[in-house]
Design a binder for this molecule. Structure first.
Ligand SMILES: [Zn+2]
Ligand SMILES: [Zn+2]
Length: 220
């Protein structure tokens, strides 16, 4: 989640979203942004239903056409016109904001989508200022590498040591991080194979494994 000038922007809705928000004491989300439609990034969506209630209006959801189509199918009850008319309907109330690859405004900040390859899937990473969030990828096209220059913080997919069909291995992620040379690189989407302390100790300077609850300043 990014604390932006006009509110809290949540990236993806993981299945354990509710426990994550409670654990981090995040009381409100003002907008949601999706990288892609895979279940591990989407299926906490129902936990968003309280936020439209808090905001007094539908919760803005920024995503591409494929993510929107999956949400409309998987959470069809949220778009049932009869249910939406019931005041105490208890369904997520969302308003879609279509994004593609052009930069867009969200909560007082500019976000630039960064096209990433994720095996046979296409997903989006995002750059906001000098931070970029690039999860679920095993290939960054040259055009996207250009968008990721001059970063203070790069968050990058690094699943495990063994190669994987849709995620960077740790060695692949380190090689990409070296090319991009952000001041600080945080690896994410880590599986159980990587021992946290031993892996961190062996990483090059400026690179580390991220962890649940990690907080970083957005401008420094
Ligand atoms: Zn994925
Ligand atoms: Zn994933």
């Amino acid at each position: 989640m990014l604390g932006l000038p006009e509110g809290n922007l949540l990236i993806d809705t993981a299945p354990d979203l509710r426990t994550q928000l409670l654990r981090e004491r995040i009381g409100v989300i003002h907008a949601v942004l999706y990288t892609h439609e895979h279940a591990d990034h989407l299926f906490g969506l129902d936990d968003l239903r309280i936020f439209a209630h808090y905001l007094g209006e539908d919760l803005p959801v920024y995503c591409d056409a494929r993510v929107e189509a999956r949400i409309r199918r998987a959470f069809d009850y949220a778009f049932d016109p009869v249910v939406r008319k019931i005041p105490a309907g208890g369904v997520p109330r969302l308003v879609f904001r279509r994004i593609e690859t052009q930069p867009f405004e969200v909560l007082g900040a500019e976000a630039t989508p960064v096209r990433l390859r994720h095996g046979r899937f296409q997903v989006l990473g995002f750059r906001l200022g000098r931070l970029a969030y690039c999860t679920d990828t095993n290939g960054i096209p040259p055009q996207s590498m250009k968008l990721l220059q001059g970063l203070d913080v790069l968050v990058l997919d690094a699943l495990r040591r063994r190669p994987h069909a849709t995620h960077f291995s740790l060695d692949e992620a380190v090689a990409v991080a070296r090319q991009l040379a952000a001041r600080r690189t945080l690896f994410t989407h880590i599986c159980h194979d990587l021992d946290h302390r031993a892996t961190n100790a062996a990483l090059p300077p400026g690179m580390e494994l991220a962890y649940d609850g990690l907080r970083i300043p957005l401008c420094s």
